[in-house]
Design a protein around this ligand. Structure first.
Ligand SMILES: Nc1ncnc2c1ncn2[C@@H]1O[C@H](COP(=O)(O)OP(=O)(O)OP(=O)(O)O)[C@@H](O)[C@H]1O
Length: 651
């Protein structure tokens, strides 16, 4: 096989880049016989062995030099190494570098409109045809890794049963487990500090996995209207008819209209008698309160073999009802609405602060609903879901407005709205008394909670649990036992009287938002670093891009050969050494040094282009270069710009 003539080899005339430093000692064999000391002539040739490996001098073939201790990180130099260095004249910027003003001027051989930050992956030519094969080194065609799987090839060598293999989400692999170093200085960072906290990442992974979960052999209908991939969310398989007067089921489903996941609540056996019922329901769609599960649509049909009402709402993965959280061992469907099970004090203790938080959130939900002219009617432990820690949402809204439409027309909404407040009082009472049936003996339950909670809290519950029977006026914050007037017994009065609690909930929400923004900032930095790493990977040791601007390869067989620019004589050699310095450091015994702090610091300095100098050494320890991060950055950018230019030339 005839080797193609390279654009730059030892036979080539001297080449002086006008924008990157050209170290005399570091590029010893640019021109045959020039700048090659007798010692370095006998040096081991630099032979890259793929990415990510530190090649020991001893393992190279045909070396005249004895095995050395590999290249050392800067701070690991020992006196004997320093002695060895002194035999070589160090490469010092300013002596052999091209003049500063020349370095500062942009590379003249680059196309002026090339944007080094442009995204070449988005270019039409950047997308290789799926059916295209890549010529391999030996000239034969090899499999395109991005193409469709070829029959009998892809995957089978990795997994015995390729069809049944399922990729689990390996979120556990990211967890940084303790013990952590206690004796760190304030300026020191652990690896976990560079990423969002493990618990948040773990939580988000689990939620996205839950949202994507499907069951292949489900007996549920394939589609319901334009929804498909139904998954049952009910944790209780019994056909209870508690909340809505009909058995109700809830499913996760994907909309074929927008691809989003929704929760479908099915009211089994419901027959729609009045179109008006569905029409009046439309007002629920306009309620966009953060504490109400948003309602999207309602329709009836026979997809399940019976006549069912389907109400479409937002889906909140891995949510739990308050009943499931606080009264898990009992059938909690009527907790807060006349449950008859559970014993006093059997549930977990809930902090008063958390209970105020719940009251504020649910009062906010009721305010939005009441102002829209509706009543929630679902303030019970089975219809309030926790979508995150202490984050409540009122669920099941609007269903009773359809199923009990005629009945509702007779009575006014005001009565139902007052019932919402009473239900709120019952729900909070059951949580505070740690007893699902606390409302059956309100007096005793209030005495019980007076021991653990403040008088203010108890008085608020008293006010909620005493809806007005006449015009006796009692303020919700007064400590006397009694009821408010009809005009005062509303959610507005409640919120006014607990405004200090509303403010403290707002304050903690703002703190939480700050924390989340802070977490996002960490990922922002990681996003920048991954872009930098991507650029480096695209650039480093790339096969020769001998493309003319018109898009025709000058020599197709050279396409997979490493460019001469990366050889010891090439103008990009120091970029490769920089990669070794950042990622492939070894200690004095040749063991890899894994120091994330070093890697991130170097990448940040390179990204910022600081003037700080860095000492790079070839793997055979024959060449040492001292360059600044600024020069390294410029070298990478010009290499990137060249590749961008070649990619743009294919358009
Ligand atoms: N919008 C939703 N998104 C995600 N999960 C939900 C949603 N609504 C309810 N769930 C979950 O579905 C399960 C059943 O909810 P549901 O409202 O049917 O309660 P239930 O206890 O079965 O009450 P009922 O007997 O009245 O049906 C609960 O675990 C709840 O967290």
């Amino acid at each position: 096989m005839t080797r193609p003539k390279k654009s730059l080899n030892v036979e080539s005339p001297s080449f002086t880049p006008n924008f990157t430093p050209k170290p005399a000692n570091a590029l010893p064999a640019m021109v045959k016989g020039i700048a090659l000391s007798p010692k370095s002539a006998g040096a081991a040739a630099f032979t890259p062995k793929g990415s990510g490996t530190v090649t020991r001098a001893a393992s190279m073939v045909g070396h005249s030099k004895q095995a050395s201790d590999d290249f050392m990180p800067q701070h690991f130099f020992q006196p004997q190494q320093q002695q060895q260095q002194q035999q070589f004249s160090e490469f010092v910027p300013g002596q052999s570098f091209v003049p500063q003003q020349q370095m500062d001027s942009p590379p003249q051989n680059l196309h002026p409109q090339i944007n080094p930050y442009a995204d070449p992956f988005m270019s039409p030519q950047g997308h290789m045809s799926h059916h295209q094969s890549i010529p391999s080194l030996d000239g034969t065609q090899q499999i395109n890794p991005y193409g469709p799987p070829a029959a009998g090839v892809t995957g089978q060598q990795f997994y015995q049963d390729n069809n049944s293999y399922r990729h689990p989400l390996n979120y556990h692999l990211y967890a940084s487990v303790g013990p952590r170093r206690e004796n760190m200085q304030p300026y020191q960072r652990a690896s976990a500090d560079f990423f969002i906290p493990d618990n948040i990442r773990d939580d988000l992974h689990k939620k996205s996995e839950a949202a994507l979960q499907v069951f292949g052999n489900s007996t549920l209908p394939q589609t319901v209207e334009h929804f498909h991939s139904l998954v049952a969310l009910d944790t209780n398989p019994s056909r209870t008819t508690t909340t809505f007067g009909y058995p109700s089921w809830i499913y996760k489903a994907t909309s074929s209209k927008d691809g989003h996941t929704y929760a479908l609540r099915r009211i089994e056996g419901f027959r729609l008698t009045s179109e008006q019922a569905i029409r009046s329901f439309q007002g629920w769609k306009r309620i966009t309160c953060a504490s109400v599960v948003r309602v999207h649509d309602a329709f009836t049909g026979r997809w399940f073999g019976d006549s069912s009402l389907i109400v479409v709402t937002d889906y909140h993965p891995l949510s739990r009802t308050l009943g499931e959280k606080y009264f898990p061992t009992i059938n909690n469907t009527r907790v807060g609405k006349g449950a008859s099970v559970g014993s006093a004090g059997s549930g977990p203790f809930v902090q008063e602060q958390d209970l105020w938080n719940y009251i504020v959130q649910l009062a906010g939900a009721l305010k939005a609903i009441h102002e829209a002219g509706f009543a929630a009617q679902t303030v019970s432990a089975s219809k309030v879901i926790l979508t995150a820690k202490n984050r409540l949402r009122l669920n099941g809204c609007g269903v009773l407005d359809i199923t009990q439409y005629e009945h509702r027309q007779a009575g006014g909404v005001g009565e139902l709205q007052r019932n919402d407040l009473l239900d709120l009082g019952r729900l909070v009472l059951s949580l505070a008394a740690r007893n699902a049936s606390a409302q059956q003996n309100v007096q005793k339950s209030l005495e019980f909670i007076a021991r653990a909670y403040s008088e203010r809290f108890r008085a608020c519950l008293v006010w909620l649990l005493n809806p007005p029977a006449n015009d006796d006026l009692v303020s919700p914050t007064t400590t006397s036992e009694g009821a408010a007037t009809v005009s005062d017994y509303n959610v507005g009065t409640l919120l006014t009287n607990i405004s200090d609690k509303v403010i403290s909930v707002l304050d903690s929400t703002l703190h939480y938002e700050d924390e989340m923004t802070n977490n996002l900032m960490r990922e922002l930095e990681n996003g920048r670093l991954i872009r930098l790493l991507t650029k480096m990977s695209v650039v480093l040791e790339r096969p020769d891009i001998s493309l003319t601007p018109t898009g025709t390869s000058t020599n197709s067989s050279s396409a997979n050969q490493p460019s001469n620019a990366w050889s010891e004589t090439g103008e990009r050699y120091y970029l490769k050494l920089f990669r070794d310095y950042v990622f492939h450091q070894v200690d004095h015994e040749g063991r890899p040094v894994l120091n994330l702090g070093h890697i991130i610091t170097c990448l940040n300095k390179m990204d910022a282009g600081t003037e700080e100098m860095v000492q790079l050494m070839s793997r055979d320890e024959q060449n040492i270069m001292i360059v600044s991060y600024r020069e390294v950055k410029r070298g990478f950018e010009s290499a990137w710009a060249e590749i961008s230019k070649a990619a743009a030339g294919r358009r």
